[in-house]
Design a protein around this ligand. Structure first.
Ligand code: 2P0
Length: 341
C-alpha cells in the first residue's frame, strides 16, 4: 500500500552564524552555530510525499516546478541516505528501500532570497520521508545537513546549536536542542522583508569564497565563535535578553564584515538594511536599555528580536520611521512585514 504523508518545517534564524565549511562534500562547518526556529504557522515549507511499489519513478516538485534529482547532487544524496536508513532500520528483507517516491514541496515565502528557504526545505524533505517510512529521529539532522547545512537546525524547534565537530566523517557534527520553544515564550521575531528577489551570490558560493580569501574569517573561527557560543547559550538559559541581543548583533555585523572581507566582496546588505541597523541602535540608546536586536542572513532582510512587553511601543516607532510596515496581529513568534527596497 502507498505511504502518503504531509509535514511542515519552519525556517530557523541563526544568532551565531554558520559561514564556511571544513568539508564541502559532507557539508561540515568550520564553526558552531546557534539558531532559533520559528513557529510552524509562519515562514515554512510544506512537503507531501507519496511512496509505494506502484510509483514508477522518483520525482520532486518545488513550488510547482519539477526538479532534476540526477543533476542535484544534494537532493540525490538525501534520497540515498534515507534509503540506506530504511535498509538499516527495517532490515534486508524490507522492500521499502526500493519504492519510488514522489515529492511535492511548497514554500509559503520567497525562495533563495536570504530567508533560510533551503533550511526549511531540506529539513522538511528529510522529516517527511522519515515519517513516511517510520524511521527514528536520531540520524535526521545529519541527513538534512547534507542537503543544506543550516537545515539540520530546523529539525528541532526552540533554540538549537549545530556543533561543528572534529570528526572527518562528520559523526560529531549534528544539531541539538538547547532549550524548547516554551522556555522563552516572551521572545518575538519581526521579519522585515526588504527585498525578496533571489540573491546574486548564493550562500554556498559566498562562504566558499570567504574560506578561500578572508583573513577575518580565520580570526572569527579561532578567536570569537567559541566564546560567543558559550555566552549566548548561557544568555538563552538565563533568558538574559540584553546579553542575547548584544551577541546577536555583534555576530551579524561580524558575518557581514567577513562578506566584505571576501575577495571579490559579497554585499548582502543594502541601504534599507543599514537604516534598520541605525534605527535599532538609536531606539536602544533612547530607551537606555537593549530592547531590540537585529540579525541579517545572506540578504538584505532584517530579523529583529524583541520581548513581548516591549513590542507594541517598538512597533509604533517602527511604523513611524518605516510607514509601509504593516504589523500582523495574529503572530505568535514572528511578524512578517514588507519594506520598499
Ligand atoms: C546561517 N546562513 O547560519 C547562515 C547565516 C546564511 C547566513 O546557513 O551551502 O544555505 O547549503 O550549507 O545552509 C545559509 O547557508 O548553505 C546559512 P549550504 P546554507 O543560517
Amino acid at each position: 500500500m502507498d505511504k502518503v504523508v504531509t509535514c511542515v518545517a519552519p525556517v530557523n534564524i541563526a544568532v551565531i552564524k554558520y559561514w564556511g565549511k571544513r568539508d564541502e562534500h559532507l557539508i561540515l562547518p568550520l564553526n558552531d552555530s546557534v539558531s532559533l526556529t520559528l513557529d510552524c504557522d509562519q515562514m515554512h515549507t510544506k512537503t507531501s510525499i507519496i511512496a509505494g511499489p506502484l510509483i514508477n519513478e522518483d520525482s520532486v516538485w518545488l513550488n510547482g516546478q519539477i526538479m532534476s534529482i540526477e543533476r542535484n547532487e544534494r537532493l540525490k544524496k538525501c534520497f540515498d541516505l534515507i534509503r540506506n536508513l530504511i535498509k538499516i532500520q527495517k532490515g534486508k528483507n524490507s522492500q521499502e528501500e526500493k519504492w519510488k517516491i514522489k515529492v511535492c514541496s511548497e514554500n509559503n515565502f520567497p525562495t533563495a532570497a536570504g530567508l533560510a528557504s533551503s533550511a526549511a526545505g531540506y529539513a522538511c524533505l528529510v522529516y517527511t520521508l522519515a515519517n513516511a517510512f517510520g524511521l527514528v529521529n536520531k540520524d535526521l539532522p545529519s541527513i538534512a545537513r547534507q542537503g543544506s547545512g543550516s537545515a539540520c537546525r530546523s529539525i528541532y524547534g526552540g533554540f538549537v546549536q549545530w556543533t561543528a565537530g572534529v570528526d572527518d566523517q562528520g559523526y560529531d557534527s549534528t544539531a541539538v536542542q538547547i532549550a524548547a520553544d516554551t522556555h522563552w515564550p516572551e521572545m518575538r521575531i519581526i521579519i522585515l522583508v526588504v527585498n525578496d528577489s533571489k540573491k546574486k551570490t548564493s550562500s554556498t558560493v559566498g562562504m566558499k569564497q570567504a574560506v578561500k580569501t578572508s583573513e577575518l574569517l580565520k580570526y572569527r573561527i579561532q578567536k570569537c565563535v567559541p566564546e560567543r557560543t558559550k555566552e549566548i547559550i548561557q544568555a538563552i538559559t538565563d533568558k538574559n535578553f540584553e546579553k542575547f541581543a548584544e551577541i546577536t548583533m555583534r555576530d551579524s555585523n561580524q558575518f557581514h564584515a567577513i562578506c566584505l572581507d571576501t575577495y571579490p566582496p559579497c554585499v548582502y546588505l543594502n541601504q534599507v538594511s543599514h537604516e534598520i541597523i541605525s534605527f535599532v541602535h538609536d531606539y536602544n540608546e533612547a530607551t537606555g536599555q537593549v530592547k531590540v536586536a537585529y540579525t541579517f542572513d545572506a540578504g538584505p532582510n532584517a530579523f529583529l528580536f524583541i520581548q513581548q512587553n516591549d513590542l507594541s511601543l517598538f512597533m509604533s516607532e517602527l511604523v513611524n520611521v518605516f510607514p509601509t510596515v504593516q504589523p500582523n496581529s495574529s503572530y505568535l513568534r514572528g511578524i512578517v512585514s514588507t519594506l520598499p527596497n
